[in-house]
Design a protein around this ligand. Sequence first.
Ligand SMILES: *Cc1c(COP(=O)(O)O)cnc(C)c1O
Length: 415
Amino acid sequence: MAFAYRAGALCAEQVSLEEIARQFGTPCYVYSRAAIEGNFERFANALAGRKSLIAYSVKANSNLAVLGLMARLGAGFDIVSGGELARVLAAGGDPRKVVFSGVGKTQAEIEQALRAGILCLNLESEAELERVSATAARLGVRAPVAFRVNPDVDAKTHPYISTGLKDNKFGVAYADAERVYRDAARHKNLELVGIGCHIGSQLTSAAPFIDAAARILALTEKLAQSGIVLSHIDLGGGFGIRYRDETPAPVSQFVDGALGVLAGRSETLIVDPGRSIVGDAGVLLTRVEYLKPGESKNFVVVDAAMNDLIRPALYGAWHELRQVREAESGAVAGVYDVVGPICESADFLARERNLAVRPGSLLAVMSAGAYGMVMSSNYNTRPRPAEVMVSGTRAVLVRERETVNQLFAAERLLP
Ligand SMILES: *Cc1c(COP(=O)(O)O)cnc(C)c1O
């Protein structure tokens, strides 16, 4: 367990979160290197013996230290912007293991990706195909491309991903896929290297993922009949983690299912996990400022807010809250809403939790390693938190806390 109690205090690996708060201040994101590596190994083990690439989804947590760990483990990267590509390269990632997803790649981003020599641009529309082709022609290169296809997995069988796979903004429709591939094959500056899909996030059952694999494979076989032979199949990410009482299927079940579907095929299998690599490997550490008892509700006001972790406000996401000190003198037990200092009613981290705390107590918001720091903002001119990576008995600052001066350094008074 990356986060466990030792001598009454919650620790990240061997380091007490009290010590981290003292050294680096709060609010602060704390990651466990062993947890990140362990999560990656689960994919690596499940894929052992198969030609494959684990392309870590950078958007889940793009801290350079995290990307550097991934690069050293041999991971590739799934990116959605030129900024993320720059991060991957700065962290020592191999551009030949980068896949570029997203519906709105700009001209400049396409150029940047082609110059860097990435593995594949995942095209999401015919308009994008034209733009990539023209850009490649101008640079005098062949652009390696795949289409993100919407496998349109039966929403009746899988109600929890019934967000209308057919009519979301991502990918090209299954029914159009053969035609767009044949069109693309006529562009001499495009090299059709693969096919991809990504059916959604926080999947807890492997069934829709495996169904999608079968649909994508069927398409791959049809394309081969018309002479379009692809070298990789990218099944996306979306592997769920436990926030509360979810029981996500183990990674091995997703991967084994896909390997079963792809048995006997020679294509490289690509997966792009994000949340399942970093989600449970990080916590947001925050300190109690005030207790505010009320008539119908009791509040704990903490020094972290929705600008630091927006998932509760944005998605109504539920994160487990743990007291760093299991028991402390002067603590007041109660049922509390845990809120931040921001001037919005949506500024809460948790609601109706049993806690025994006092001003100065530390709380850990669990499973905050994915879509936490990356979605933070400076709303209310709040500097973003520090990030700390723990490995064994060592805690290393991997991103300094922002300063208020940095926040307006790029702004100008009118002359
Ligand atoms: C966001 C995204 C992922 C990662 O999703 P997780 O739920 O974090 O695993 C993978 N692939 C694509 C194309 C994505 O957009």
